[in-house]
Design a protein around this ligand. Structure first.
Ligand code: NDP
Ligand code: 13P
Length: 417
């Protein structure tokens, strides 16, 4: 165990019963040693968390937590004893983990992360990072984690929503009443909601009930793995309210992460949405064995079509030439880390969407967004041939090779037309 984590012996006493019949516990203050403090017996938090398990029924987990941290062992002299079925007045010695997050939280630095899976949350809270998504990356000590979204939201100055686009409304809507009043709500998601075709800033405002001025989006060439490795990058923080954009930018700026503020929320979001679809197309070209000329052509025409759509919907053309447009498009189309790119490669090799998803195993937003982008484009009277072909491949109507042939066979035209 790293030297900044502590295992503390807790002196615990059973003090009656909870409403559900389990033992109510008190802990002796300051690590359970009487000489450590005058505060005597103090309440212990006990709650049940529901843990989703892939391919099985959810599991109920009893969590017992003292002021020092969660109990790993309730009774260290009888570790196999039934956890919370002790006679009134019994005293036991538990073991509490004081994790780095807790130590840093005490020192004032707080990033409270919510996750739905106990094993992920336990790994993050225990200083082991997130081995499932970011193997080999140590997360900052200041990140704490919980499976209880309300605890994560408690007292938050800024609420950051890093969820796949199709899950965001449900998750946020379920805890909207717990979002601290006045805290900016920041979306990192790069997709359109299927059905409503709403952008994520719109979904956030609807699901939370917050005014749109409280919502910000962060978008740019921001591949998660590189950021987690503290490799330098820049990004855009867009909000309708300049002070909200500035507040969020100040909150996330580091020596290697440089945010620029922007007012064009629509343009910034559309850049992030459509680059995923173009990333699928570039991946398909790669999967088909095409070279860099083909990929550069798709990137360039993809950006032209994205800008056309964005401007038709009311965004500024210059936004799409910036970090959230061209910048993110280049990162996605060039990097093997991009899940949209990876998914495209699998589609180009002939796999269908389901099989490609099983290979890539993480969210490729372009797959769900492509039909919504196409519908938006049609409603705005904008032609997006690359998106059209991606939709046809994703929906299994044509093979990627045929999609490429159809794109190349289109009528000749002026490049700026
Ligand atoms: N990864 C990246 O490089 C970047 C991603 N983004 C955007 O961020 C958004 C999220 O992507 P990302 O985190 O990478 O996606 P991943 O697929 O890597 O991870 C999805 C995360 O969301 C959780 N999740 C999914 N559905 C739900 C749900 N219904 N309730 C609760 N939690 C859920 C997953 O939990 P579980 O593990 O339990 O399934 C997992 O932690 C996307 O819109 C993406 O475009 C933006 C910039 C960079
Ligand atoms: O948006 C991203 C980089 O900016 C991440 O791209 P993927 O979702 O394709 O991995």
């Amino acid at each position: 165990m790293a030297d900044y984590q502590d295992l503390l012996v807790e002196r615990l006493r059973v003090d009656g019963r909870d409403e559900d019949g389990g033992s109510r516990l008190l802990a002796h203050g300051a690590g359970g040693r009487a000489e450590d403090g005058p505060d005597g017996w103090e309440p212990v938090e006990r709650r049940t968390e529901i843990v989703d398990v892939a391919g099985a029924e959810p599991v109920r987990v009893d969590v017992v937590e003292t002021a020092r941290g969660p109990l790993l062992v309730l009774d260290r002299r009888r570790p196999d004893a039934p956890a919370l079925d002790l006679a009134d007045g019994t005293e036991v010695e538990g073991l509490a983990l004081r994790a780095p997050s807790r130590v840093l939280a005490d020192a004032g630095a707080e990033v409270a992360m919510w996750g739905r899976r106990l094993e992920v949350v336990a790994a993050v809270a225990g200083g082991r990072g997130n081995p499932a998504y970011l193997p080999g990356v140590a997360l900052p000590d200041a990140v704490t984690a919980t499976t209880d979204p309300r605890r994560a939201l408690e007292g938050a100055d800024v609420v950051v929503l890093a969820l796949p686009s199709q899950s965001l409304r449900g998750v946020l809507g379920g805890v909207a009443d717990a979002v601290p009043a006045g805290a900016p709500l920041v979306s990192l998601a790069k997709g359109l909601e299927s059905g409503s075709r709403l952008r994520m800033s719109e979904v956030v405002a609807e699901a939370s009930g917050a005014a749109r001025e409280r919502v910000a989006v962060v978008s740019g060439p921001n591949l998660a793995r590189e950021i987690a490795e503290r490799q330098p990058t820049a990004t855009v923080v867009a909000a309708h309210a300049p002070d909200v954009a500035a507040e969020v930018a100040a909150a996330c700026a580091t020596p290697v992460f440089r945010p620029y503020t922007h007012h064009d929320v629509l343009g910034v979001e559309l850049g992030g949405v459509v680059k995923n679809v173009v990333g699928l197309a570039v991946g398909m070209a790669e999967g088909l064995g095409y070279g860099d000329n083909a990929k550069a052509s798709i990137i360039t025409r993809g950006l032209a079509q994205t800008s056309r759509l964005a401007v038709a919907l009311g965004a500024e053309a210059a936004t799409l030439a910036g970090l959230a447009g061209m910048g993110d498009l280049v990162a996605t189309c060039a990097s093997p880390l991009s899940r949209n790119h990876q998914t495209g490669v699998q589609l180009g090799r002939g796999l269908d969407v389901g099989a490609a998803a099983r290979v890539v195993r993480q969210t490729a937003e372009g797959v769900r967004s492509a039909p919504s982008v196409l519908a938006l484009a049609r409603s705005a009277g904008v032609e997006m041939p690359i998106v059209e072909q991606v939709v046809d491949v994703v929906e299994g109507r044509v093979h990627a090779r045929e999609a490429a042939r159809l794109l190349l066979a289109r009528d000749l035209k002026h490049e700026a037309g």
